[in-house]
Design a protein around this ligand. Structure first.
Ligand SMILES: C[S@@+](CC[C@H](N)C(=O)[O-])C[C@H]1O[C@@H](n2cnc3c(N)ncnc32)[C@H](O)[C@@H]1O
Length: 276
C-alpha cells in the first residue's frame, strides 16, 4: 500500500470547497484523491498507468463524486474540456512512482526485482522501453541521460561499460543492468542503482516534457483564484515548476517548500502551493 506524500499539506493547499471541481493528475493509489473527495470535492482522477486506474476503479466505484480516466497529464486541458470538467478549483500533481508500481508492476522500475524486464513504460502507447534506450544509444547519449536525469557522477564510466556490455549480449533484465553498473563502479551501491533507474525511467516516459505541457494546459482550465499543488522529487522537475510560476506570474502561497523524505526510494519532496 502506498503512503501518500504530504497528504494533509497538499490537500489543505488545494483549499477544497464542497462541490468544487478538482483534478488529481496523478491518481496513483488514490490517497490524495480520496482525501479531496472526503472533503466534499468532485474529483477527476487521471493516471497514465492503466493498471493504477483499474485497481483504483475497483476501490472507489461506489463513490459518486470521483471519475477516473487513463490518460497522460500532458493532455490535461483537452481531457478536462472533453469531459466538460472545467473550470476547476484545483489541480494536484504528485509526481514520480507509487509503491505498487515499484513492487508489483513487473516493468523493471525497481533495482531489486532482478528478473524484471527493463521496460519502465507507464503506458503501452509509449514506444521505447528502457532496454531499447540502452541498446540504441551511444555512450554520449547514455551519459546525457544518466548525468541529467540521474545526477550520477559516474555517468561516463557507467555509459562506457553499458555500451561495451551491449556488444557482448543485449541488456534486457534488471539483474544484468545491475551487474554492468557494479562492473563500471567497482562495487555494489544501491544509491547509484536508484539514480540510474530514475534516469532511465524519466527518459523512457519523457517526464519533464510532459510536465511542462501539463502545467501550460492547467492554467487554461483553472478558475480565477483556483489552486495548483505540485509535489516534486527531482531538482529539474522543481525548476520546471518554479519557471512556470514566474512565467505565468502566478502566486506561490507557501514560503517554506516542505522538504521531507517520505518515500524511502526517492529523494526529498518539494511541495508548492500555487494560486492564479
Ligand atoms: C507518486 S504516484 C501518485 C500517488 C497518489 N498521489 C496516491 O496518493 O496514491 C505518481 C503517479 O503518477 C502517474 N503518472 C506519472 N506520469 C504521469 C503522466 N504523464 N500522466 C498521468 N499520470 C502520470 C504514475 O503512473 C503514478 O501512478
Amino acid at each position: 500500500m502506498h503512503t501518500p506524500v504530504l497528504l494533509k499539506e497538499a490537500v489543505d493547499g488545494l483549499d477544497v470547497k464542497s462541490g468544487g471541481l478538482y483534478i488529481d493528475a496523478t491518481a496513483g493509489e488514490g490517497g490524495h484523491l480520496l482525501e479531496i473527495a472526503g472533503r466534499g470535492g468532485k474529483v477527476l482522477g487521471l493516471d497514465r498507468d492503466e493498471r493504477q486506474i483499474k485497481r483504483l476503479t475497483l476501490n472507489v466505484e461506489r463513490l459518486k463524486n470521483i471519475k477516473l480516466l487513463q490518460g497522460n497529464f500532458a493532455d490535461i486541458e483537452q481531457i478536462a474540456k472533453n469531459y466538460s470538467f472545467y473550470p476547476v478549483d484545483g489541480i494536484l500533481f504528485d509526481l514520480g512512482l507509487s509503491m505498487e508500481q515499484i513492487e508489483n508492476s513487473g516493468k523493471g522500475f525497481s533495482y531489486k526485482k532482478l528478473r524484471d524486464p527493463l521496460d519502465m513504460r507507464f503506458d503501452q502507447k509509449t514506444q521505447i522501453t528502457a532496454k531499447d534506450i540502452i541498446k540504441s544509444s551511444d555512450k554520449n547519449q547514455l551519459y546525457e541521460i544518466l548525468a541529467k536525469y540521474g545526477e550520477e557522477i559516474r555517468s561516463m564510466a557507467i555509459s562506457q561499460t553499458l555500451v561495451r556490455a551491449c556488444t557482448i549480449k543485449p541488456i534486457t533484465e534488471v539483474g544484468h543492468l545491475i551487474q554492468v553498473i557494479d562492473e563500471a563502479i567497482g562495487k555494489k551501491d544501491t544509491k547509484t542503482y536508484a539514480r540510474v533507474f530514475q534516469a532511465l525511467r524519466i527518459a523512457v516516459n519523457d517526464e519533464f516534457e510532459n510536465l511542462k505541457k501539463a502545467l501550460q494546459g492547467s492554467v487554461h482550465i483553472l478558475s480565477e483564484g483556483g489552486r495548483m499543488v505540485t509535489i516534486t522529487f527531482h531538482s529539474l522537475e522543481d525548476r520546471i515548476v518554479k519557471q512556470f510560476i514566474r512565467e505565468k506570474r502566478l502566486k506561490q502561497l507557501n514560503k517554506k517548500v516542505f522538504a521531507a523524505n517520505p518515500r524511502r526510494f526517492e529523494r526529498s519532496a518539494k511541495l508548492r502551493i500555487i494560486s492564479r
